[in-house]
Structure formats: structure tokens, C-alpha cells
Design a binder for this molecule. Sequence first.
Ligand code: G4P
Length: 531
Amino acid sequence: MSIASEIEKRRTFGIISHPDAGKTTLTEKLLLFGGAIQSAGAVKNNKIKKTATSDFMEIEKQRGISVATSVMAFHYSGKQINILDTPGHKDFAEDTFRTLTAVDSVILVVDVANGVEAQTERLMEVCRMRNTPVIIFINKLDRDGKESFDLLDELESKLNIRVRPLTWPIGMGDRFKGVYNLYRENLNLFQGNKTGISDEIVPIQDLSDPQLDELVGEEPAAELREEVEMIEGVYDPFNQDEYLAGELAPVFFGSAMNNFGVQELLDTFCEISPAPRGRETDLRKIEPTDSKFSGFVFKIHANLDPKHRDRIAFLRIVSGKFERNTFYKHVRLDKKMKFPNPTSFMAQDKSVIDEAYPGDVIGLYDSGNFKIGDTLNEGENFMFKGIPSFSPEMFMELENQDPMKSKQLDKGIRQLMDEGVAQLFIQQPGNRKIVGTVGQLQFEVINYRLEHEYGAKCRFVPKNFFKACWITTDNEEQLEEFKRAKTRYIAKDKEDNLVFLAETQFLLTMAEQDYPDITFHKTSEFKLEQV
Ligand code: G4P
């Protein structure tokens, strides 16, 4: 098969949601359709339990298990589908943000009762930043929830995207009868069915068909007719180009737990979602069809066994064909490397592969050569852009507790930062290390891993910062003045970029007002805008 047809076959996406909306359940049902798993529960058991916030060892263990489910590939309807898992736990949000750089589209799961939640908004902001196409799945229609039209309005206003329903629910909760597929003009009748994949689908091209009344009852049928008329009146017909540009999100309704409405979602996904897309580098845009191989590392998974400090680097292939045992260039290190055991993640089994294509994610065993964001290619000097760091929300100063082990501490903290566990900011004088994370959990993880993997002991002292903002300006004079006035709040990130550590929103706003020529960025993505 030619590279072009390999590319065309692939669909690489992520499922995102606020915790508990049903991401894991939906993932599992999609895998059932793809024949990648045989029974419900297989994915669920790997899920990071929400109750375990303080029991991070348990979480780490589960993260270990979840390597196999970090990427789940299966075949369906002539396509090779790669689902990239995104941790739902909010303390791993950074991990999710980075994974979103490796997908070509996303499915967003929203709980019908809760609507748009905090994590939904943040994740969508990241998608909107890179115009990632989004399909929305409103879940748990077997329960009572918000009124469908209200929910659509809420999606539009809170997520800053236009929506277009492609299926429409008939009732909800106890009165839930099924969904009408506006896109394919058929009716899917609801029956609770947690494991199988059989739905009863009746073609109804014309909603005035009396069969509709027989199937769902007169009142619900009348309601459906009225609502569909409203939809057709209010919303423009679905436009695939707008979806692909990340401007319009098609909406589906269903119940993942009951495996209902999932097939409509998957079938439409296969039809409309984008094939692997190109990525920007600091030199030029690389298209998947470029003949030479290139890819980037978006995730690094540490081995949990402290005796084996090897790690798995997850590489997203952007262009060309990757081949086993072939020398490629690690651009940052300017070093040639080959990989005897690259793994793929088909159907939950890790297996060694000989070749891989754009859209694929492969695992490379690594003994410490890779950092998140690294580029691998056939020899050219370009680096992929846009693996952003986001401003952390919790800050602590790292203090060495064992002066005899300061080398181990330095090495350990550097490697953990390469894996993206947290962000490190260095403050002068004294090279003080400020560690920033999105959740308390990471501090426990760092503490534990430094001690068990590197034999170093540390202590964290809370810092009262609220945000880290990357600062840029053309006005050198103003920058110098700012640095003088804010010495205590200036730090550098791992790439020596200047960062302002703001203590409160008020102080940040004041700084923005007082130094109008300085731009305060909430993510390191500004580097993408600069080149
Ligand atoms: P997440 O990955 O987004 O965090 O959500 P997850 O799939 O774990 O689902 C969260 C809870 O919502 C689970 O219940 C799950 O069974 C339930 N759920 C998912 N889809 C539906 C649905 O369509 N209808 C209803 N009624 N519930 C749904 P749990 O009690 O937390 O876990 P479990 O004991 O059921 O495993």
C-alpha cells in the first residue's frame, strides 16, 4: 500500500471530558465496536480512580498499567483509528494538554445534567488555540438533565464555538425513547444494553411518517417534529469545512453506558474527521505526505521499577515512513539514533513494529535521551513547534534535605522535568528552584520518585504565587526597568525564557498596566506566534 493510502486510512484523536462525564465508558464502547476488546470493563479497570487523590502510589501504579492504554489502535470501517488517552484527573491536566498536540481531532464528552464544567472549558481552550476539529457527545441521556436547546446554547457561549446537532434525543431519563439521526435520517430506538452492540435502527426519511408515532408514541413524536423543525430553522446545515477548521462542532446525544448513540458517533466520525495533518516547525510546515520521515515526542512515561530507569517516549509520526533499526536524527542532541524495538499499541498489546506512518504513535525505549517536544527526522535541522507549557497553578520551592546528595537531586529533578511531571523555574540569586504544577499530587510524586529513584531527599516550601507568565517585549528599556522593580518575582524556565511569577491576579493586572510594552503570556505557546 502506498504511503498516501496509509495516511488516508488513519484517524488519530483524543477523547476529552471533565472527570466523570463518561470518557472512559465511551472509550471502552468505541473499542468494543472496533473489536479491540471483547468485554466491557477492560479499560475501566485501568482508570485512575478519582477517590485516590492522596494515594498517589496507587495512581502511579495505575499510570504504569495505563501505558498500554495510552494509545489504543483499532480498525473500523476501513480506517485505522488511534485513540490517544488523556488522563481525566485534573492534576494530570498538563499531560492532557500535551497529548492534544498529537491528535488531529477530538471528541468532547459532556454530561447532560452538568453541562459545560470547569475542565471542559480549559480543554476546549487548548483545542481552540490550534483549531482542532471537535465533535461533542452529550452523554447520560438515560438520566434527566438539562433541556437540549439550553445545552446547545451553553456549549456555544461557554466554549466559544458554533454547534450543529446531528442527532436529536427523544425525551430523556425515564422518558428517553431514542435519538433521531438528522444526518442519516433514521431513528435509533433506545433499549438499555450495557454490553452488546445491537441497536434497533429504523429508517425514517420523512418525519410525518405515522410509523414514528407507533414507535415512540404520539406525544414524543409530535415533540420531535416540532424540535427538528426548530433545529432546521435555527441552525445552518452541517458544513464539514467549518468543522475541519475548528469553527463548528457537530453534536451527538446518547448514553455511553448503554452503548447507545455510540455507533452513530463512530460512523460519522469515520466519515468526517480529518486524516493526519501537517505540523509547523521552526523552518516550515511539514505535511504528512512529505516523503521523509519526521515526528515529535509528546509524552514520556517512566518505568516504575526503580532498578530499570528506562522510559518510553511516545512519538507521533508527522511525515514519511518510520522504519525499525534505521538511523534517524535526534535534532536537539544532533545525534543519530536507531530503534531496535519500537512498539505499537494495537488492541492493548504492545508489539514491536517494523514500520509506522503519519498519524501513528509509537513507543520508543529511552534511557534518558528524550525530552518532551523533541524532534526526530531524517537529518534536516528543524524542530516541531507548539508543545506548550501552561502556567502552573501551584508553586513550591524545592529545598535539598541531604547536602551529600545534591548531584542526585539535580539530576533527578532535571529528568523528571524532561518527562513533564512539573515545570521548573530558576530564581536568582542562589539558583533557587521553584517547582510549578497544576495539582498537589505532582509534589508527592516528585518527592517520592526523587527519593526512590535517585536517592535524594527534598522538602517543598509553599510559595504564594498565582501564575507564571512568560514575558516578551521589543522595549528593552522597559524590560530592564521591570526586572529591576520585580527582582523577587523574576525567574527563568528550562529554556532560559523570562518568566514573571505573579502573586495575585491584581498584581498581574497592575503589571500589565504599568508596563504596557511587555506582553504577559499564560502559555509558552507564544514561541509559536513568534516564528
Ligand atoms: P470519566 O472517564 O469521564 O471520568 O467517566 P466514566 O466513564 O468513568 O463515567 C463516570 C460515571 O458515569 C461512571 O459511574 C459511569 O458508569 C457513569 N456513566 C457513564 N456513561 C453513562 C451513561 O450513559 N448513563 C449513566 N447513567 N451513567 C453513565 P460510576 O458510578 O462512577 O462508576 P461505575 O461504578 O459505574 O463503574
